[in-house]
Design a protein around this ligand. Structure first.
Ligand code: NAD
Length: 386
């Protein structure tokens, strides 16, 4: 069985889907691993590090793509510049592709994958259950984003984060508000606390309060409000009236903050609007907002994805694909997530086996055997054709 580690088609993607460490483990389980030359370069992994552990390095080619039984990717399938062809077209029938394939936003890809009888496993569909934690790439990458967001803010803030008592006087600790305490938000809380800031947190799932407090953050209660618990540990979409009241409560906390980091999200929905322009106008000049929801429209009304906005002296950053800014560790963790999923797809003899009954593989599959097998994606495609 041939596993091909792909060069990434998207500009700005610095991560790679396999590292020498994971390749070594694939080879010891009987897989043949080929790397497209330069795939690891942006993550500071040289071709020779892969050959040293027994992989073959080859230039990206049509023949190479067509020979692959399994294609490992980070980002979605796209146009491969050096080959001038779509990556999907080049996959052979029955091949497996693993990566952040973004199926909800790329319906044409899903149709093409089904038409080509490709078995596609989007990493974002790995179920958030205990058994699949080692494969949970959403978590490994979100955690990096939360950490990086705090460093970005600290870098741009014209103040210290920690309390400092110096001969020249006392510096008050920075005040940080984190909105959304999922994986990225909790890592942001932990990082800001380590830097010595005072941290307040808003979320709508009550279960989060204890986690925030255990990290030394203060939870902002939203009194008399319905719970935001949805299914599978995620939040549900709240009505406009709820969000209006939430913004009202958050206004004074935001006005007193030096840094606001927003990570609030509801799966499959646009990011909830938690910071209005009016709230930004009440912030002190020199304050910094880092909006990690920029990709999904932003938690702040003034955010522009991948741009820097300065409003009334407040800097608003809306970085996307933040994990790619830490390519080495992002790749190390992502590659381990992919390896663990791959193990679920290989039998003891090193042959491919796609078991639809497998409790991780089953829910992750989007296309298999010429069909769209993921219920929500299939429903979305049907709606689009109606
Ligand atoms: P996410 O990216 O979907 O959302 C980020 C956060 O935004 C969530 O905490 C959500 O409650 C919050 N949010 C939504 N609307 C909001 C609003 N109006 N105001 C404030 N906050 C709002 O979440 P995620 O980081 O992918 O993880 C969500 C949860 O999934 C985790 O906290 C956990 O319970 C669960 N999870 C479980 C596992 C596992 O068991 N293996 C792994 C990872 C995550």
């Amino acid at each position: 069985m041939i596993v091909l580690v792909a060069n990434e088609a998207a500009t700005g993607e610095t991560r790679v889907s396999a590292t020498p460490e994971t390749v070594k483990r694939m080879i010891s389980s009987g897989l043949e691993v080929r790397i497209e030359s330069g795939a690891g370069n942006a993550a500071f992994l040289d071709d020779t590090e892969y050959t040293d552990v027994g992989a073959t390095v080859e230039s990206a080619s049509i023949a190479g793509r067509q020979a692959a039984d399994v294609l490992l990717k980070v980002g979605p399938l796209g146009e491969l510049a050096e080959l001038g062809r779509s990556e999907i077209e080049l996959l052979k029938e029955g091949a497996v592709v693993i990566g952040f394939l973004d199926p909800f936003l790329r319906p044409d890809d899903v149709r093409a994958l089904a038409a080509g009888s490709i078995t596609a496993l989007p990493m974002e569909f790995i179920p958030r259950v205990t058994r699949a934690q080692s494969m949970d790439a959403l978590s490994s990458q979100a955690s990096i984003a939360g950490y990086r967001a705090v460093l970005l803010a600290a870098h741009r803030l014209p103040r210290y984060f920690p309390l400092l008592m110096t001969a020249a006087g006392t510096i008050r600790p920075a005040k940080v508000v984190v909105m959304g305490a999922g994986v990225a938000g909790l890592q942001a809380v932990a990082t800001a606390r380590r830097l010595g800031a005072l941290v307040e947190v808003s979320d709508i799932r009550p279960a989060v309060k204890e986690q925030v407090e255990s990290l030394g953050g203060r939870f902002i209660d939203l009194p008399e409000m319905e719970t935001g618990d949805g299914t599978g540990g995620y939040a549900k979409e709240m009505g406009e009236e709820f969000l209006r009241r939430q913004r009202e409560i958050l206004t004074e906390h935001v006005a007193a903050a030096n840094v606001v980091i927003t990570t609030a999200a509801v799966p499959g929905k646009p990011a909830p609007r938690l910071l209005s322009a009016d709230m930004v106008h009440r912030m002190k000049p020199g304050s910094v907002i880092v909006d990690l929801a920029a990709e999904r429209g932003g938690n702040c009304e003034l955010t522009r994805a991948d741009e820097e906005v300065i409003e009334n002296g407040v800097t608003i950053l809306g970085p996307t694909n933040v994990a790619a800014s830490m390519s080495r560790d992002a790749s190390a963790l992502y590659a381990r997530n992919v390896l663990e999923l791959l193990k679920e797809l290989v039998d003891d003899e090193g042959a491919l086996q796609v078991d639809l009954e497998n409790d991780v593989v089953g829910p992750t599959l989007v296309t298999h055997g010429g069909k769209v097998v993921h219920q929500q994606v299939a429903a979305q495609l049907e709606e689009a054709t109606d």
